[in-house]
Structures are given as C-alpha cells and as structure tokens.
Ligand binder design. Structure first.
Ligand code: HEC
Length: 168
C-alpha cells in the first residue's frame, strides 16, 4: 500500500523528463521570440539610417515640416473636392500647394537643402500646378485621381530618401 503513495508523491523519471522538455521548449520559444524582436528592431533602425540626413536649425526644420503639413492638408482638400465634384475647390487647393507656395521661401533654408531635394520638391509643386490647370468638367474625378497618384508617389519617394536632423 505504501508504494503507490510514494509513486504519486515523487514524480517518476518519465514525468520529470516530460516536464523538463516542456520547460526547455518554453525557454526556446521565448528565446526565438526575443531574437526575432531584436532583429526587427535593428532592421528598422538600419532602414532609418539609410535615409540621407539633412541637418537644419530648429527654425529651418519647423519651416520645412510646416510646408509638409500644408501639402498634406492640400491633398485632403483636393480629395474632398473630388468626392463632391467641386472643381473650384480642387483647383484652389492644388494652386495653394503649387509653385506659388515656394515664392518668398527663406533662402538660407533653401541653401541647406541638397540640390536633389529641391528638385524633387519643385517637381511635386509643379504637379499640383498641373492638376489645377487640368481639372475640369465631367472628368474631374479621374483627372484628380491620376494626379494625386503621381503626386503621392513623389511624397513617398522623397520620404524614403531623406530625414531631417537638428544642427548641433
Ligand atoms: C523633396 C522631398 C520631399 C517631398 C517631395 C515631400 N516630402 Fe514630406 N517630408 C520630407 C522630409 C525629409 C520630412 C521629414 C522626415 C523625417 O525627418 O523623418 C517630411 C515630413 C513630412 C511630414 C511630417 C510633418 C511633421 O510635422 O512632422 C508630412 C505630413 C509630410 N512630409 C507630407 C508630405 C506630403 C503630403 C508630400 C507630397 C505632397 C510630401 N511630404 C512631399 C521630404 C519631402
């Protein structure tokens, strides 16, 4: 009668082995998860580092970012205009984000921006101008969609190339 009691009290060798295997699997799983997490974090960082850094003063950076937000707002107004077939609204928003927006921009800031950056910026503005000119009549929605696709491809492409940093 004593033997079964003892058997339950202390786990047999098989039970012990099953338990240590389960524990081993758990540790392994945690290790793999942690490894994957670390790899993902470091690849994100590497990807960020691949963008060319443009060093600006705080004021210059604020001015560039403010221009960016204005363009995003313009895109939203343009889309809103397109859903309502409100052609004057599309045209006005596109004009506001066009090359006219660059007139009177601080030349010190411009001088800090790489030539390729300024070119892509000017091309994006020119696309807004072209949309303002092209949009009319029944085809307004198709025209707007086609231009927005072209314009947003430029936003995406430049964002993949550059990041702004603060000058020491
Ligand atoms: C010539 C390059 C270039 C083009 C073109 C461009 N951007 Fe940017 N944009 C940048 C850079 C550089 C940043 C800062 C990114 C960073 O530092 O990580 C930025 C940041 C932004 C931000 C963040 C603003 C903030 O307050 O932080 C928005 C919004 C934005 N862009 C919208 C747009 C939109 C919309 C377009 C297209 C219509 C566009 N950008 C086209 C270069 C560009």
């Amino acid at each position: 009668m004593n033997q079964p009691h003892e058997h339950w009290a202390t786990p047999g060798p098989l039970e012990r082995r099953a338990r240590s295997i389960a524990y081993g699997i758990l540790v392994l799983a945690l290790g793999v998860l942690a490894g994957v997490g670390a790899r993902e974090a470091s690849s994100r960082q590497q990807q960020g580092d691949k963008r060319t850094a443009i060093a600006l003063t705080a004021d210059q950076r604020d001015a560039v970012l403010s221009d960016m937000r204005t363009m995003l707002t313009a895109m939203q107004s343009i889309m809103d205009g397109a859903t309502r077939m409100d052609i004057p609204k599309i045209r006005a928003a596109a004009q506001a984000a066009g090359t006219a927006a660059l007139v009177g921009r601080d030349s010190a800031t411009q001088a800090q921006l790489p030539e390729a950056f300024r070119r892509q910026s000017a091309e994006t503005r020119a696309n807004f101008d072209a949309l303002a000119e092209a949009v009319r009549g029944f085809t307004a929605r198709d025209t707007t969609l086609a231009y927005l696709s072209r314009i947003s491809a430029r936003c995406v492409s430049c964002h993949a190339q550059y990041r702004l940093t603060l000058k020491e």
